[in-house]
Design a protein. Structure first.
Lengths: 130, 486, 100
């Protein structure tokens, strides 16, 4: 292997990765194959149905979700990513000092406007009142 | 590690700040004050825009680069601020009546228009590709929502979806272009890119050329030039009519502001490479747009969409001519175009019935009998779009074509003149319907004061710029000169 | 060390996959996912250049791109949900009211 790869200096660091992939794939295939050879084969309907916490499945998994889930998901995506900007600020808080503090308060203030808006519009209520 | 904290000069971005504050205020008032009418929110938006306009005029003549080389304060960006604010104010004015008629009078609408305008201002002032990108996205995201503002109307939903998918697609190209230029020059600052891309110009540097090409594709989508125009008619037709007006004027001006700044200011060294591409886009836009407009009878908004593609062709021709003359002709034309295009859409808002199920040319039959003033105004705007003297459209085209001839693009100028002659046919078609056909039953209605104001402003602007273009052209030349430093 | 060109090739391939996805697929959600692949290909390019040029700004740009992509995702999902409520389909070929 080493001899084979000697010309490819750039690929050098990948050799362990390749080995790892080869071992992982082989392990999976070999295990499944041996299991298939030794295990008994006695199917019945209960056994063939998909496993769902041990309870028999009631209906199709593909159905429409309540629209609230989407709204919560959208809000989560928005606010979650904005939080990424807090991290570098927090790490360098000491060096940025008051300047950074005021900047970040403005940033959070603008985010809060969006939050108040969503709140006021009832996007955060699970059951809409009135 | 030592920090150099970016210098903050809030005065220099006062126009943007006023507008942002107003937009946030509109949003909050709308959410927290019960029973506030959309008319009062429209008034608030206009007051905010006027404050921003005053701030813009107050900064006139100052020059600086601020916020660690992100934002420039120069006459170029200030000129564009005026165009954007004008577009925003006219849009708000023609929206009031439309929103009530379509029962979508929510305050978010005005907030989004203002946010979009802030985005344009950032685009026009950005001297770093990242600032331009952020501005572009503020603009685009607001417009995606505005295009789909009629939530219950499938047409509007479709318009928003098409605009969103193609706009996001274009954003991908634009960003990849930025990434490649960053890789080639180590910076996203336009000054640095100017220095380094100039040294490495020519076909030698794959990264620079690739980045430039991808930026061209991104801008091509955003300004709706052929071959990246497919979305335009569908989106304009489905979007609320005032938003179609806004998209085709102010939003386009925003994209052109960044287009001019990036290509004329930062990448002139590569002109030998981008000029042929731009020339191709300009010719295709003019010719294809004209051909498509010729066969459009079904919907006046689609007709105006196709005609806007032709106008993009003219603007690209001005950009291609380059230098102070070419750049100034683009600025002048964008201002003139804002007046006449928003004016034309204002008449469509006035004459269109609720739901706008029928906007075919037949609907405009005999409008001159029932609504003589509207018919007269519409004729003025259409003739100006066609480039008949003495209107703003004529003067604008004249400057663009003469700049093109000075720059040696005689063939392209000929194509431009020919397409504007042909375009007269489809614009006159509408006028023929209005004046020479028997009237159809149009519902009687009285326009709101806001709509009348918008129409009066647009008429005044179109005529004014047609009769006395000198001072505005000087202004446009100063603006481009401040950009190119000549 | 892995040379820069490898990163660029991977990101160009990813970008091309995204573009192909947008052009070939007909489901709005899948098209949108393809666009996200394009944006992430760009992010990879930025990070690779940033490391190669030893300049931090590339990584900061990625922050902005991620935020913008999230905002885009929110707006896009909202549009797609609203079209689905009116039409029960997000197939772009069936979204065909606007033709000229």
């Amino acid at each position: 292997m080493e001899v084979f790869l000697r010309g490819y200096s750039a690929l050098g660091p990948y050799v362990p990765v390749f080995l790892f992939i080869v071992v992982a794939v082989t392990f999976g295939i070999v295990t499944l194959f041996i299991a298939k050879l030794v295990r008994p084969h006695r199917p019945y309907p209960e056994k063939l149905s998909p496993y769902e916490c041990g309870v028999p499945p009631l209906m199709e998994a593909r159905e429409r979700f309540f629209i609230r889930f989407y709204i919560i998901a959208i809000l989560f995506v928005l606010f979650d990513v904005e939080a990424a900007f807090l991290y570098p600020w927090a790490v360098l808080y000491g060096k940025l000092g008051l300047y950074g503090f005021i900047e970040m308060m403005i940033f959070i203030g603008i985010l809060l406007v969006g939050y108040f808006y969503a709140w006021r519009k009832g996007a955060l209520d699970w059951v809409k009142e009135g | 590690m030592n920090f150099v904290l970016p210098e903050i000069d809030l005065g220099a971005i006062a126009p943007q700040l006023w507008l942002t504050a107003t937009a946030i205020l509109v949003l909050m008032v709308q959410a927290f004050v019960p029973l506030v009418t959309s008319r009062s929110l429209a008034l608030l938006s206009i007051i905010g825009s006027l404050l921003s306009l005053v701030a813009t005029l107050g900064l006139w003549g100052q020059e600086a680069v601020l916020f660690s080389g992100m934002i420039a304060l120069d006459t170029f960006s200030l000129f564009f601020n005026v165009v954007f604010l004008l577009g925003a104010i006219l849009t708000v004015l023609i929206s009031v009546e439309y929103l009530e008629r379509e029962q979508i009078a929510h305050g978010e609408y005005f907030a989004l228009v203002l946010f979009a305008t802030v985005g344009m201002m950032i685009m026009a002032a950005g001297v770093d590709l990242i600032a331009i990108f952020i501005g572009l996205e503020i603009l685009s995201l607001s417009l995606y929502v505005l295009a789909g503002f009629m939530r219950q109307v499938l047409r509007s939903n479709e318009s928003a979806m098409k605009y969103f998918l193609l706009g996001a697609f274009a954003t991908g190209f634009f960003l990849y272009g930025i990434a490649l230029l960053y890789g080639a020059t180590g910076s996203t600052n336009l000054d640095r890119i100017f220095l380094i891309a100039g040294e490495r110009g020519g076909w030698g540097n794959v990264l620079v050329m690739g980045g430039m090409g991808l930026l061209l594709v991104g801008f091509g989508f955003k300004v709706a030039s052929v071959p990246f125009h497919m979305w335009t008619p569908d989106v304009y037709e489905g979007a609320p009519t005032p938003i179609s007006a806004f998209m085709s004027t102010a939003a386009k001006a925003g994209a052109f502001a960044a287009f001019v700044r990036v290509f004329l200011y930062s990448l002139p060294g590569l002109a030998a490479s981008w000029a042929p591409l731009l020339a191709g886009m300009a010719v295709l836009s003019m010719v294809v747009g004209t051909l498509l407009a010729l066969v459009q009878r079904r919907n006046i908004k689609r007709l105006l969409a196709y005609s806007s593609i032709v106008h993009v062709g003219y603007l690209l021709l001005g950009l291609l001519s380059g230098g102070t003359e070419g750049g100034a002709s683009v600025l002048f034309y964008l201002l003139a175009y804002t007046f006449m295009q928003v004016g034309a859409f204002a008449v469509v808002v006035y004459l269109g019935g609720q739901g706008e199920d029928d906007l075919s040319l037949a609907r405009f039959s005999g409008v001159a009998v029932r609504h003589p003033v509207a018919a007269l105004a519409f004729s003025l705007f259409l003739l100006s779009l066609a480039g008949i003297p003495p209107t703003a459209g004529f003067v604008g085209k004249f400057y663009i074509f003469s700049a093109a001839i000075q720059a040696g693009h005689i063939g392209l100028a000929v194509v431009g003149v020919l397409t504007s002659v042909v375009s007269l046919y489809y614009y006159l078609g509408v006028i023929v319907f209005m004046y020479m056909r028997d009237p159809v039953d149009l519902p009687e209605r009285r326009p709101s004061a806001a709509l009348v104001t918008a129409l009066a402003l647009a008429v005044a602007g179109t005529v004014e710029m047609g009769l006395f273009p000198g001072s505005l052209l000087d202004l446009a030349q100063q603006s481009v000169a401040s950009l190119l430093g000549s | 060390m892995v040379p820069l060109s490898h990163y660029l090739i991977v990101s160009a391939a990813l970008f091309a996959i995204g573009v192909a996805g947008v052009l070939v697929r007909r489901n709005a959600i899948i098209i949108f996912l393809s666009i996200e692949i394009m944006l992430n290909a760009v992010n990879l390019t930025f990070v690779a250049f940033s490391r190669f040029l030893d300049s931090l700004s590339g990584q900061i740009i990625v922050f902005f791109v991620m935020t913008v992509a999230a905002a885009e995702a929110a707006v896009g999902l909202a549009i797609i949900v609203s079209i689905y409520r009116n039409r029960e389909s997000v197939d772009v070929d069936r979204v065909n009211l606007l033709k000229g």
